[in-house]
Design a protein around this ligand. Structure first.
Ligand SMILES: Cc1cc2nc3c(=O)[nH]c(=O)nc-3n(C[C@H](O)[C@H](O)[C@H](O)COP(=O)(O)OP(=O)(O)OC[C@H]3O[C@@H](n4cnc5c(N)ncnc54)[C@H](O)[C@@H]3O)c2cc1C
Length: 351
């Protein structure tokens, strides 16, 4: 017996009777949501929405509404730092041991941490370990990891040593209350691409003291990926030098578009650090000795050397575009800021 052949319109009608239009529409919306939202929280939210639509379709609106409510609530609280245990260790050894678990986390001022969506097993607060001090001796500054950015900003010894560059590098970061809480440890350990703090310290003779590894240069540390060690303090060796710091921002207190710190030591050694390009700050080595004897040059010679080195830096520093600035604009800024910072540190008008 031959089966009756259905007209295409009939086939479509049959299909529609099985899944009515509203269900089909909901199904398509959910599929789109699942496809485009790849982050874990969005996946969970989409699943809750699927559940809510199924409940609404098959079990009445009350359960559906309840489930949709959960999806909404989930969204509200999704970007959150969740901490299971909070510990204030008595020693660095205890803090280090606790930090070896992947779910553990050292707390600085928590200003960056709190922005994320992270489940922390054990939060380790270093505030009992006396790491919030700046010690100044004839030879060096020792800056504890829990020292706030504000303490760095207002420290008289650092201000004098850096010709005000330290303050200049920090004063644009959000606001005073923020800088009262953000720590040096969190800023350096995080190795953020946008960091004014990392740029400034790179231009000085800085070492980091890590609990297990001991002292290494900041240059080496900055190039590495974060591990599970603890940053105990920064050590800045004092050398007679002239310094300058300049950053470019689209608007006051925003993240920088480019940062530049310069330190010209009296023995002729010059350090130029460029950051926020938008990659992590790096030193631009004077491989061609363009800046040799910079401090003792005449004004016109200084101008020429600064221009030449700025052009060299533009070629050396890798830049990229993002929502704040294009690659081309950043490269141009490298040239402009390096020249200005060199002239400013060298005692000339940098403009
Ligand atoms: C909205 C906003 C705007 C900002 N703008 C700027 C800016 O313009 N310029 C700039 O330079 N910075 C900026 N920052 C970064 C800020 O200055 C701090 O660097 C950042 O908040 C980290 O410092 P924290 O003390 O809050 O560290 P936390 O958030 O507590 O910690 C950051 C990371 O470092 C780890 N950590 C902290 N201390 C130690 C330690 N001693 N040993 C090992 N690991 C440690 C933590 O486990 C965490 O992974 C901004 C931050 C925010 C949130």
């Amino acid at each position: 017996m031959e089966l009756p052949v259905l007209e295409p319109e009939w086939e479509f009608g049959l299909f529609l009777s099985l899944f009515d239009v509203s269900f089909l529409f909901s199904f398509m919306v959910i599929c789109t949501l699942i496809l485009i939202r790849i982050r874990e929280k969005e996946k969970r939210k989409s699943l809750l929405l699927i559940k809510s639509l199924c409940y609404t379709k098959f079990m009445g609106t009350q359960q559906g509404e309840h489930c949709a409510g959960s999806a909404f609530y989930y969204d509200e609280g999704a970007d959150m730092l969740k901490i299971k245990n909070y510990v204030r260790p008595e020693s660095l050894e205890e803090a280090y041991e606790l930090n070896q678990k992947k779910s553990s986390c050292i707390l600085g001022g928590m200003l960056w941490l709190k922005m994320g969506n992270r489940n922390v097993g054990t939060a380790i607060d270093l505030s009992k370990l006396g790491l919030n001090e700046i010690k100044e001796t004839e030879e060096e500054f020792q800056i504890g990891a829990m020292t706030s950015l504000r303490e760095l900003e207002v420290h008289k010894g650092l201000a004098a040593y850096t010709n005000g560059a330290m303050k200049e590098s920090l004063r644009h970061i959000v606001g005073v209350q923020f800088r009262n809480r953000a720590t040096v440890g969190g800023s350096i350990f995080g190795r953020y691409g946008f960091s004014d703090v990392l740029t400034m310290f790179l231009a000085m003779d800085t070492e980091v003291e890590l609990y297990k590894r001991g002292r290494i240069s900041l240059k080496e540390f900055a190039a590495e990926k974060p591990d599970r060690d603890i940053l105990v303090r920064l050590i800045v060796k004092k050398k007679p030098a002239r310094m300058a710091y300049i950053s470019q921002r689209n608007s006051s207190t925003d993240f920088p578009v480019l940062t530049c710190a310069v330190s010209i030591e009296e023995d002729g050694n010059v350090k130029v650090a460029v950051g926020a390009c938008p990659f992590r700050a790096k030193l631009v080595e004077d491989k061609e000795n363009i800046l040799k004897g910079f401090l003792s040059m005449e004004a016109s010679e200084k101008e020429k050397a600064a221009c030449d080195f700025a052009l060299f830096a533009k070629e050396q520093v890798r830049t990229a575009g993002n929502m704040r600035a294009s690659k081309e604009y950043r490269s141009l800024l490298v040239q402009v800021l390096v020249k200005r910072a060199l002239l400013k540190a060298g005692g000339e008008n940098g403009n």
